[in-house]
Design a protein around this ligand. Structure first.
Ligand SMILES: Cc1cc2nc3c(=O)[nH]c(=O)nc-3n(C[C@H](O)[C@H](O)[C@H](O)COP(=O)(O)OP(=O)(O)OC[C@H]3O[C@@H](n4cnc5c(N)ncnc54)[C@H](O)[C@@H]3O)c2cc1C
Length: 395
């Protein structure tokens, strides 16, 4: 009998099967700012949309360590595609942990079969990125819940088969009473607005939408008004781990490409590998990547241990760690690729027609501090620091 697969070896064949397509499409996806439809098709076929779905629903029964590892592998080829997949997995983690039993039975097998790609609708006109508030209310019509909402930015909204949407719990609820609702695409009418032509992350095709529709009462996740608990236990930890893994995967692959080029016989002689300045620059890039990698692994260990023990990850200290991961990863991976551009110069890095995709990764990683504003997390962490006077650092 063969030994059980180690975490490092699990799902390797599935990942290997999708990487060539993602690699081949990466440049075109960026140039055209088009959603990577073919990449999503191979991800659907691979079973990887069901990575975090328990085996009893037909999924791969993977965990957050699998998410982190695979996100890094995908991001090495195309950061947009990796983020599309990681954000889908973040929504799956939310569903697995917080959906009602009837919704799990109806939906999870379809996701595992690759039929349902999930989009997320939390940003809202008027309140911007603030996660824990909502403006548009859910209203009741008999047993149905009605949705009418503006969504300024929805990654993959034109291609998603299901949506997780934050709504104010009722017309008389305060903005902080937020419910998370699942809606199938055929329960909604979506009309897109404007165009998607950003600096980076162009393949995410994150358009604005007006969304209307109705869902059954069992499509509210958790308790009505209970979005905060879902955020703290699932959406934020799974999100920050997945995003950090994507950003690190992209920056690491960019560095590997740069190092290989610098060591190749045909490289430009203008970069003197014997120079202490070049050595210092290489060391600093490595330092940024090492710091993110270590913090990512330590956060993963902390969250995984808490989940295994059935303990909440909503305490102040763990929240500081999970937020710090996102801030650190966003800042340091962008800093690392900025340093690579400085080192590679015009010929190797700055030009769009360079054989290395450094300028694309630079543009993509500029979004990391905006993709849930670092400023918001820093303000939140500052307040949490005052409640942890013992200063419990991540170990
Ligand atoms: C590639 C990409 C894909 C995305 N996909 C989705 C998606 O699928 N679904 C979705 O819902 N959203 C999505 N978003 C939106 C994202 O999660 C953020 O919510 C959004 O980018 C915030 O937009 P903003 O920076 O304009 O607004 P805000 O977060 O409102 O911030 C505006 C500015 O004000 C500052 N600021 C605001 N409030 C505070 C405060 N209290 N303290 C300190 N500073 C503050 C911010 O730092 C920033 O400079 C995506 C974003 C990106 C970049």
């Amino acid at each position: 009998m063969s030994a059980p697969a180690t975490a490092a070896a699990r799902h390797v064949d599935r990942v290997d099967a999708v990487l060539p397509t993602i690699r081949r499409n990466a440049r075109e996806v960026d140039l055209t700012a088009a959603f990577p439809v073919e990449n999503l098709t191979v991800l659907r076929e691979s079973g990887l949309l069901g990575l975090l779905i328990p085996a009893r629903y037909g999924g791969l029964g993977g965990d957050l360590a699998d998410l982190v590892r695979i996100a890094g592998d995908l991001a090495a080829e195309c950061l947009s595609t990796a983020m599309i997949w990681a954000m889908h997995c973040q929504q799956v983690d939310v569903l697995v942990r917080h959906a009602s039993q009837p919704l799990c039975e109806r939906l999870l097998p379809r996701i595992a079969a690759g039929e349902v790609y999930l989009a997320s609708v939390t940003t809202e006109a008027g309140k911007g990125g603030h996660l824990l508030s909502a403006t548009a209310p859910l209203t009741h019509r008999g047993d149905e819940l009605l949705i009418e909402r503006m969504a300024p930015i929805v990654t993959g909204g034109e291609h998603a088969d299901g949506f997780l949407i934050t709504m104010r719990t009722s017309p008389d609820a305060t903005p902080n009473e937020v419910s998370l609702v699942y809606a199938d695409r055929d329960q909604l009418t979506l009309s897109s607005r404007g165009v998607w032509d950003p600096l980076g992350m162009r393949g995410t095709h994150s358009l604005a939408f007006n969304i209307t529709g109705s869902v059954a009462a069992d499509q509210v996740l958790g308790e009505p008004g209970g979005f905060r608990a879902i955020t703290v236990e699932s959406m934020v930890p799974a999100g920050h781990l997945g995003w950090a893994a994507c950003w690190l995967g992209a920056a690491r692959a960019a560095f590997a490409g740069l190092l290989k080029t610098l060591r190749s016989p045909g490289r430009s002689a203008s970069i003197d590998l014997g120079s202490p300045l070049v050595a210092e620059r290489l060391a600093r890039i490595r330092l940024d990547l090492e710091a993110v990698s270590a913090y990512l692994q330590a956060t993963l260990t902390e969250i995984t241990a808490a989940r295994r023990a059935g303990v909440s990850v909503g305490d102040n200290v763990t929240q500081v760690h999970v937020n710090s991961l996102k801030i650190l990863a966003a800042e340091l991976t962008f800093q690392a690729v900025d340093r690579m551009v400085q080192l590679g110069g015009l010929g190797l890095a700055y030009r769009r027609d360079s054989p290395l995709p450094l300028e694309r990764v630079f543009r993509d990683l500029r979004s990391a501090s905006l993709n849930y504003a670092n400023d918001r997390l820093l303000v939140s962490n500052g307040a949490l620091c005052l409640m942890d006077t013992a200063v419990n650092l991540l170990r």
